[in-house]
Design a binder for this molecule. Structure first.
Ligand SMILES: [Zn+2]
Length: 86
């Protein structure tokens, strides 16, 4: 998947609210666990690196619950590029 396509997908998930457009409350990097990437919808394989990004619900404390998303490193970069500056 080329860079332009990834950016387009990043814009789409921002527009339809599948992924928030703000700075994550927590970001974990590591090898993939086979979970589908929120942005490109392809699984992040164990041979690839992913970010698990977490957002506190309703801007509350982490105890109130976290929304978690798995994304490829390069999908994350495209999303960072496309999301509005905080
Ligand atoms: Zn991806």
């Amino acid at each position: 998947m080329d860079e332009e396509t990834l950016r387009e997908r990043a814009r789409t998930v921002l527009q339809n609210g599948k992924l928030p457009g703000r700075t994550p409350d927590r970001t974990w990097g590591g090898p993939g666990v086979g979970a589908p990437c929120t942005i490109c919808e392809l699984p992040v394989r164990s041979t690839e690196m992913e970010f698990e990004i977490q957002f506190a619900r309703d801007g509350g404390t982490p105890q109130a619950g976290l929304d978690k998303y798995h994304v490829h490193i390069r999908c994350f970069a495209a999303w960072e590029f496309e999301r509005p500056a905080a």
